[in-house]
Design a protein around this ligand. Structure first.
Ligand code: HEM
Ligand SMILES: [Cu+2]
Length: 558
């Protein structure tokens, strides 16, 4: 293929060229190479995915029938708190940052992140905060007031233990890590792009990481302030939230959601970016409406700051029409993106790889999650569904159906970049279908349970026959999700042990990360192509057929 001819020869010395004497373990522990740090992010986050998944299986086992089986109320409170907190703060957010770390410098043609040592610091805070969070279990009880940690609960007997303080400290660390990471991404993207890589020639994943980083930078300090207030209130006699001591309870909710709603986009925008890399490559077409996609991403980011109080409709303290309308509005740029994706697929030569299947999984499941959310955006509906299983269905269709499917799309797509070898497609497809079926079995019935009025965050429920049946279905689904990861893990091991390597650019990718070797050398690139569009490799392959103008600002080679 022309692409291998166009690719420059990489240095034969490879990644260890910089420090040949160091022990490989020391090399990983002290590395400032964004690729190694990216891999550590991914491995660490995936580990916490497993831990939080295990807690979810415990919850589903408890809920398989009415009555208390294994976990009493307090233990169940700890389970869903630790599950939600871990999934969000130790898995999804850092997992996507891991992709960003590995891929963004390569996609913009940079040698590394702007601040490599700060990058290492951002990473190492994460395993530490995980240990701090889970050490709560050693102090007689982990945090138990939900991942939202409302002071109405966290200041009450349930939350008086040290576990809640450890939760606060752990999240302060995660927040600091995120902020440092965001500064690093923003600086790298603004200042370290290769010659010719204008903003509107950047790959879409890089664009989504830029907008995500801006959200993190603006929102996370607000969350940090809330955490510090809660820490002071709990330990130093402050009174911010406790109304019996002059505090305002909904203050926490305002500050918390001012961060946590934008954080939803931190968890989803990079996933949209991954899907926007995967779909065009496997449809053999450029993404339809590149600029519209970029503006829609920026629009979602900006609107994301004006909707936080839709989590507080039932408190009676917020202006319902305003927050409702703003929430409906967010569906508009999201809809634009769906048009981008569908039009990209339209008449494309679709290649049904595992990565692409997961991207389709993202499109369909995230769409359901989005529609669930539009229902909740209508206050009269929300008043009925608030704190029921409908909300649990909605949040999992967004975060699992959206983010997790996108994460797997990214893993299958970029695995040959990380390792030089593709994952096995047969096992990959088995993984996809088991997960797809398990996911829907688990979370689709939650809509019905929500409509039937089953509240969230309960370890026991009344023995209505239709509740029990649906709950059992969900438990089976949750087991199937766990089973679905077995082919994936087996795939990873088998691929690692396989000797022969795949072509450097097995999918025919068009963005800069595919210009260099797989895996890339420590310094990333030996040379760079001329960049005239958002698909420099396509241009290089078709240089003889196309007249590309160096001053073209957008997509030259259609
Ligand atoms: C193996 C797959 C999963 C299963 C079986 C599962 C199951 C559950 C269940 C049963 C609850 C409800 C607890 C309750 O209200 O009583 C829950 C809550 C939650 N889950 Fe999951 N979940 C899974 C994956 C995920 C993922 C991937 C994420 C996010 C990335 C996530 C985020 C959350 C959050 C934020 C909550 C709310 C916790 C709270 O109420 O404080 N879950 N999950
Ligand atoms: Cu929200």
């Amino acid at each position: 293929m022309a692409i291998t001819e166009a690719r420059p020869e990489a240095s034969p010395s490879g990644a260890h060229a910089i420090s040949p004497q160091r022990h490989p373990i020391m090399e990983w522990l002290t590395t400032t190479d964004h690729k190694k740090i990216g891999i550590m992010y991914l491995v660490n986050s995936y580990f916490w995915f497993g831990v939080a998944g295990l807690l979810a299986e415990f919850m589903r086992t408890e809920l398989a029938k009415p009555g208390i089986q294994f976990f009493g109320e307090q233990q169940y409170n700890e389970l869903f708190t630790m599950h939600g907190t871990t999934m969000i703060f130790l898995f999804i957010i850092p997992m996507l940052a891991g992709f960003g770390n590995y891929i963004v410098p390569l996609q913009v043609g940079a040698l590394d992140m702007a601040f490599p040592r700060v990058n290492a610091l951002s990473f190492w805070m994460l395993p530490l905060s995980g240990l701090i969070l889970y050490s709560g279990y050693l102090t007689g009880g982990a945090a138990c007031a939900g991942w939202t940690e409302y002071p109405t609960v966290s200041l009450q007997p349930c939350g008086t233990g040290v576990g809640t303080d450890l939760w606060i400290v752990a999240l302060l660390l995660v927040g600091t890590s995120s902020i440092l990471g965001a500064v690093n991404f923003i600086t790298t993207i603004f200042n370290m792009r290769a010659p010719g890589m204008t903003m509107f020639r950047m790959p879409l994943f890089t664009w989504t990481m830029l907008v995500t980083s801006l959200l993190v930078l603006l929102a996370t300090p607000v969350f940090a302030s809330a955490l510090v207030m809660l820490l002071i209130e709990r330990n130093l006699g402050g009174s911010f939230f406790d109304p019996t001591r002059g505090g305002i309870t909904v203050l926490w909710q305002n500050v918390f959601w001012f961060y946590s709603h934008p954080a939803v986009y931190v968890m989803v925008l990079p996933g949209m970016g991954i899907v926007s890399e995967v779909l065009p490559v496997f449809s053999r077409k450029p993404l339809f409406g590149y600029k519209a996609f970029v503006f829609a991403t920026a629009g979602i980011g900006a609107l994301g700051f004006s909707v936080w109080a839709h989590h507080m409709f039932t408190t009676g303290t917020v202006l319902l029409p305003f927050f409702s309308i703003m929430t409906f509005l967010i569906a508009v740029p999201t809809g634009v993106k769906f048009f981008n994706w569908i039009a990209t697929l339209w008449k494309g030569k679709i290649w049904f790889t595992t990565a692409n299947l997961f991207a389709f999984g993202f499109l369909t499941m995230f769409l359901i999650g989005g529609i669930d959310g539009v229902f909740l955006a209508a206050p009269p509906v929300d008043f009925g569904l608030h704190d029921t299983y409908w909300v649990i269905a909605h949040l999992h269709y967004v975060l699992f159906g959206g983010s997790v499917f996108a994460v797997y799309a990214g893993l299958y797509y970029w695995w040959p970049k990380f390792t030089g070898k593709r994952l096995n497609e047969g096992l990959g497809k088995l993984h996809f279908w088991l997960q797809m079926i398990g996911f829907n079995l688990t979370f689709m019935p939650m809509h019905v349970l929500g409509l039937l009025g089953m509240p969230r965050r309960i370890s026991d429920y009344l023995p209505f026959p239709d509740w029990t049946g649906l709950n059992q279905l969900e438990t089976v689904g949750a087991l199937l999700i766990a089973v679905s990861t077995a082919p994936f893990l087996a795939n990873v091991v088998l691929t690692m042990r396989r000797k022969e390597r795949d072509p450097e650019n097995p999918w025919g990718g068009n963005t800069l990360e595919w210009w260099t070797t797989s895996p890339p050398p420590a310094h990333n690139f030996d040379s760079l192509p001329e960049i005239h569009s958002e698909r420099p490799l396509f241009d290089a392959r078709h240089a003889d057929e196309l007249t590309v103008h160096a001053d073209a600002t957008t997509t030259g080679a259609r």
